[in-house]
Ligand binder design. Structure first.
Ligand SMILES: [Zn+2]
Length: 356
C-alpha cells in the first residue's frame, strides 16, 4: 500500500485526524488508533523514532505539545546514560500527573523510541501502540479525580537497555518510592495474535537487579488487570501458559517494568504476542503471529517453522519491516483498531478501579 492510500484509508477510518473529538474519532480507542498512526507514519506525523536520534527527541517534543494542549503540566525529565557500546547518550522522559483522591501513586508507562528502522520498521506496534493507548487514556480522563494519583510516563531510550525507566526510578526519593503502589507497563500492546498481561518473575535472578534484596514479585497488578478485562465489552486478556524457565503469567526483565520491580514495586506488563508458537528459542513469546505472511514457511500442525534451520522470519513483527501501518493493516484487518481500543479501555478501567 502506498502512502497516499494509507492516508486515504486512515482518513476514512478516522474521519480526519487533526480535528477535535467529534463523530467517529471521539471514542478513546479510536483516538488511540489515530495517535498510533500519527506517531508511526511519516505521512501522518513522525515515523521511525530510533533511540539516540533527532527523531527520538522530536517525538518527546510532540508528546509534550500534545499533553500540554490538554491542560496537563508536563515535566521534562532529561537523563544521561551510557549505551551498550560505552558511548555517552542523552534522552528524556516525559511525565504528567493525573490527580487522585489519595496521594499514593500508580505509575503507568510506555517507551516512545523505536528499533529496526534500517529494516523498514516504523515502530507502529513497538511501541507507538502503548504510547497511543496512554495518550488516549490521559485525554479521556481529563477533569476526572481518580482514586489514586497517577503518574503517566513516556520513557526514552528503552530499546538500548531500558535506560529511561532506569533513570526514572533512580531519581525517585525514598518517600516517593514508598508511596508508589503499582506500575503498569504498556509495550507492544497491539499486533501479536493474543493479548497478555504478565507479572514480574517469581525468580529474582531473572531481573539482574543491582540490589536484588529490594526486588519484589507480586502478581496483584496483573491479576487485577486480567479480571477487569473479563468484565465484558472488550477482549479478555490472558496469562501465557507456563514454559521452561517462565511460569504461567510471568515475564522477564527486558522492558520498562523491570527497574520498578527491582525497586520493590508491584508491576504488570501488557503485550500482544503468541506464546503458543514454538519459536526460534522455544515458547518465549518472541514469535508474535502465526500469520503465514510473516513466515518463510509455517507449519500449523507443529505451530512452528516447517524448517527450523532455514526459517528467517519467525512470525516477528517487532523491529522488522512488518512493524508499520501500511503493512499491518492489510495483513490484520481490524485487529489493530480492536487491540488499541481494548488497551485503552483496560487502562481506563484500571486507573478508575485498581482495587489496591
Ligand atoms: Zn518495545
Amino acid at each position: 500500500m502506498n502512502k497516499t492510500l494509507v492516508a486515504l484509508t486512515l482518513g476514512l477510518l478516522l474521519g480526519g485526524c487533526q480535528s477535535a473529538p467529534a463523530g467517529i474519532a471521539s471514542h478513546p480507542g479510536e483516538r488511540a488508533f489515530h495517535y498510533m498512526a500519527e506517531l508511526s507514519s511519516p505521512s501522518e506525523g513522525i515515523g521511525a523514532r530510533p533511540t539516540t536520534t533527532e527523531a527520538e527527541s522530536r517525538t518527546a517534543e510532540w508528546l509534550s505539545n500534545r499533553l500540554t494542549s490538554w491542560g496537563y503540566p508536563v515535566r521534562q525529565l532529561p537523563f544521561d546514560y551510557t549505551d551498550k557500546a560505552g558511548a555517552a547518550q542523552h534522552s528524556r522522559n516525559i511525565e504528567i500527573t493525573l490527580p487522585g483522591k489519595s496521594s499514593q501513586i500508580i505509575v503507568v508507562g510506555a517507551h516512545y523510541d523505536s528499533k529496526g528502522a534500517e529494516k523498514g520498521s516504523l515502530g507502529t506496534t513497538d511501541n507507538a501502540s502503548g504510547v497511543a493507548a496512554l495518550l488516549a487514556s490521559a485525554e479521556a480522563l481529563r477533569g476526572e479525580t481518580l482514586p489514586y494519583t497517577v503518574r503517566m510516563v513516556f520513557f526514552g531510550a528503552e530499546e538500548n537497555g531500558v535506560n529511561g525507566s532506569k533513570a526514572y526510578v533512580a531519581a525517585l526519593s525514598a518517600d516517593e518510592l514508598a508511596n508508589i503502589l503499582a506500575m503498569v507497563n504498556y509495550d507492544t500492546i497491539a499486533g501479536g495474535d493474543i493479548l497478555y498481561v504478565h507479572s514480574a518473575h517469581s525468580d529474582v535472578k531473572e531481573y539482574k537487579c543491582s540490589d536484588p534484596a529490594r526486588y519484589r514479585f507480586d502478581p496483584k497488578v496483573r491479576d487485577r488487570l486480567l479480571s477487569l478485562s473479563q468484565q465484558g465489552g472488550m477482549t479478555p486478556y490472558q496469562q501465557h501458559v507456563g514454559f521452561p524457565g517462565y511460569p504461567a503469567g510471568e515475564t522477564g526483565g527486558w522492558s520498562d517494568h523491570a527497574p520498578f520491580a527491582c525497586a520493590g514495586i508491584a508491576v504488570a506488563s501488557v503485550e500482544a504476542t503468541n506464546f503458543t508458537i514454538n519459536g526460534e528459542e522455544g515458547y518465549d513469546g518472541y514469535s508474535q503471529t502465526n500469520n503465514t505472511a510473516l513466515w518463510d514457511c509455517y507449519d500449523s500442525a507443529t505451530q512452528s517453522a516447517c524448517h527450523r534451520k532455514g526459517e528467517s522470519q519467525w512470525g516477528k513483527i517487532w523491529h522488522t519491516r512488518f512493524d508499520r501501518l501500511d503493512r499491518l493493516l492489510p495483513l490484520f484487518p481490524g485487529r489493530l483498531e480492536q487491540q488499541l481500543a481494548d488497551g485503552t479501555q483496560l487502562m481506563m478501567r484500571y486507573l478508575r478501579d485498581p482495587a489496591l
